[in-house]
Design a protein around this ligand. Sequence first.
Ligand code: SAH
Length: 341
Amino acid sequence: MKKDILSLLPEELEEELAGLGEPRYRARQIFRWLSRGVRDFEEMSDQPKALRQKLQENYTLYRPKVLTKQVSRLDGTVKYLWELADGNAVETVVMSYKHGNTVCISSQVGCRQGCAFCASTIGGLVRGLEPSEMLDEVLFSQLDSGKPISNIVLMGIGEPLDNYDNVLRFLRLVNRPEGMNIGMRHISLSTCGLTERFEQLAEENLQLTLSVSLHAPDDETRSALMPANRGRGVEQLMDSCRRYYEKTGRRISFEYAMIDGVNDTPYHARLLAQRVRGLGAHVNLIPLNHVEERQFKPSTPEHMRQFIRILEDEKVNVTVRRKLGGDIDASCGQLRRRREQ
Ligand code: SAH
């Protein structure tokens, strides 16, 4: 079985090369080629021919293909549909902000969380992405768009904590100074609240930002919207968040999609304020984005204002997420593993 060379950390690559009877310093050179997007061992011109041959025999290397590329006329947001080695396809979005470019990557092919308002879960989960595939989403989005990436959000298709080991390995790879060198403080990981992983994540001691998709402060509403809430519950979620915050000192960001008549009443706002108290938390409201298969509607501007006013009166740090890529279905909850032709 050939190994996926791009998912190996430089020190693991060193071990591999030693095992092949090659000098260890070659690992660094090869890692650099890979980090620059070289996806053919023959192009590694400083490597001896015999070694290139050995690499070819022992490792897989694949370049994701752009199936579609869409550019928003409204704000320049770019959306890619990448074809992976096994024929599956996932989407990646590049957004430009004043402070730099952010790439929003997928962590799984599909999703099994079943949130009632999200397009990514339609059709269920196929598989988790390999570390190399997530890395290539970042790298080739940067190379193709010509936009240097400074920030990464794991907010595309999939539930990152449902693909924990691969996501952690990806984070370590993309963070390497000799690789893409993206600082952990420039990375946000969003979860629907798989609390059984929070403690483990806290122990990794990463400086990334944890975003929690809350969307409702009470179990009745949240369980109806998000199956992941069933058997866990909001109280357990908030306890896990509190422990995460205490252990890491990193403030959690809560995402809250505003859905007309479902989770946007003054009752929800007051309970939400109560839930996040003492967490130094940030609440990011997302006016619900349209998903064809779903019936939900975004909250009215009046209800949004009222909701924000209540949170502000309760001294909650609240912002409204700017919608980007609205004309190309590139906004939160609109990404899909494959476009129906
Ligand atoms: N599975 C992870 C990562 C997805 S991030 C998670 O649940 O956090 C995508 C974000 O967009 C999540 O907060 C998700 O709940 C939100 N979202 C999904 N569908 C949406 C929609 N139609 N409108 C607005 N936000 C949506």
